[in-house]
Design a protein around this ligand. Sequence first.
Ligand SMILES: CC(C)(COP(=O)(O)OP(=O)(O)OC[C@H]1O[C@@H](n2cnc3c(N)ncnc32)[C@H](O)[C@@H]1OP(=O)(O)O)[C@@H](O)C(=O)NCCC(=O)NCCS
Length: 166
Amino acid sequence: MLHFSLRPFRTDAPTAFVMHTNDPTVAANLTDPIPHPYTEAHARAFLEEAMQPVPLRRCIEVAGECVGAIGLHPKVDLWRCNMELGYWLAAAHRGKGIMTEAIRQLVPQGFATFPNVMRIVATPFGRNVASQKALEKAGFTLEAKLIGTLVKNGRVEDEWIYAVRR
Ligand SMILES: CC(C)(COP(=O)(O)OP(=O)(O)OC[C@H]1O[C@@H](n2cnc3c(N)ncnc32)[C@H](O)[C@@H]1OP(=O)(O)O)[C@@H](O)C(=O)NCCC(=O)NCCS
């Protein structure tokens, strides 16, 4: 039995949120708007935005503490029927199936909340096996492997494209 819940973000407890987000393995696997080091100022700005209805963001709460984040971000222009899924979890809680279940819960919420959205996409780095496995277990299909499309921390990375359709 997994003891976690997805709940809306609040602006309280930014210090604990900073502690988890400042783990270098978090920023190393995400896009650059989540920096390392991650400061209280970064957390305050994030939490303010995270309370808006769009992007649809949820805090992953374990034992009353926010230990991770998951969100659906609308794409624009020709991609406007797509949303991008992003997530991270504090190191102490990994490997227990929490993110697989969080993805399983958020995806139907996203399709229900945004009726125009036909496809939810996630793009882990080629080396991010944990993220790829969580996506596969949650029902995503690997659509493409793009080689050397990304640069993270000065290193060229592969981009694997996973998606689930309505
Ligand atoms: C990716 C991440 C969210 C996964 O969360 P999680 O709750 O640990 O994921 P789950 O436990 O649901 O599933 C992870 C799976 O990967 C496996 N795994 C973890 N590390 C692995 C590794 N280095 N190599 C192979 N498999 C690995 C786990 O064993 C598990 O598979 P299993 O259930 O078959 O045993 C978490 O590792 C994380 O926050 N990483 C840093 C940020 C990040 O990468 N975000 C995603 C960006 S696309």
